[in-house]
Write a protein that binds this ligand. Sequence first.
Ligand code: HAM
Length: 424
Amino acid sequence: MSKYKSLKGMPDILPADIPRWHEMEKRIRRFLSIYGYTEIRTPILEETELFARSIGSSTDIVEKEMFTLPEVSGKPVSLRPEGTASVLRSYLEHHLGHGQDLLKVYYLGPMFRHERPQKGRLRQFHQMGIEAIGSDHPFVDVEVMVLLMNLLEFFQTPDLHLEINSVGDEECRPAYRKILKDFLKAHAQELCENCQRRTDSNPMRVFDCKVPSCQSVLEQAPIILDHLNARCADHLASVEEGLRTAGVSFTKNPRIVRGLDYYERTAFEVTSGNLGAQNAVAAGGRYDGLAEVMGGSHTPAIGFAMGLERLLLTLGDSLIPSLQKRVEFVPLDDKAQIQTMALSMQTRQACVRSDTSPTIEFLPEPKSIKAALRRANRNQAVAAILLGSEEMKKNTATVKWLNGKDQKEIRFEDLPSYLSKELA
Ligand code: HAM
């Protein structure tokens, strides 16, 4: 027992859990390559200002959830709380849009937010996200949402709900924000302290408040869908039509506002009924104005990110990793040990996964072949390869298949090809 423990909300992912992570990541990568997305890897540490300007200085993430170091190369830096800002920064920095109408990239990796940990909410968590950069066509929105729903269906994720909204644009949102602010001010007495504070700093965020008394006030609040300009309303109508044509079911929820300020027009969220309070599996939206905020030229874009711990939680035991078959070499005495090592190496060169038991002499009680076979079984080997003095004399190994009674003598030189054929 060490006197050190991992930090709160930053758990280890232990060897026993890794096969499920690998399986999930493998399926995600395969799926995304079918959809024409390529991977991008951005650093975990970026200038704090990149996140503050992109996500918004009055959002929860920037106000209180970033892990910030005071200075690296003369600038404050933060652990990335999300991936979109970094991807767009990289897109602009490396001119990734050059000669390309639409750049389609994805990322997989850890994100950091100083939140109060609970089921499905961590301080170090993992996201996979996609960004489609370079088009403001509503059908790109549709394609991104169809991809997300198909990906979740590919995993057979249970009880899914897609909710969409439009959060307007720089032309119509300020007017709506004022109408909402006036309404909230008129009901200030009935709102919690947090909502009262948000009324001035970021009024649309009050819709995320879970306090029941606030909820009943907000039911009467004006909704943005009644205040969209023609451009945003048309965009939303085309997105809805596209989703219906693609056969994706969704509900329109005017209360989806998202906790990041860069969104414009389309915003969406996918929840799963079996997640409890933190029920958002994935969320995203359009961020057509963000490139200009970063000093670049106008670059419309849309994407989403999915919480991988939450995906695993919803899948439970239904995600079964495909295990690579393996064999276990069991040297029966010291003399056989060196031959075992050589055979194990040759077998690995034939792409058969193998491990070697300690010589039976060194096994814990009882020192017997039976104990060695039990151990091989426990290690999920499909065959035990036994080598003792008899085998050494004949230059053969005894291959004992563990799922039945079958046993075969195989010459040393034939062993790699025999195993690779049997395990294929
Ligand atoms: P987000 O809604 O902040 O959006 O996060 C996306 C997903 O990450 C959430 O739906 C949830 O599944 C997961 N997640 C967020 N915070 C935590 C946490 N503390 N613990 C566990 N899982 C969490 C974004 O990050 C945007 N960058 C999405 C995007 C991409 N928009 C456009 N492109």
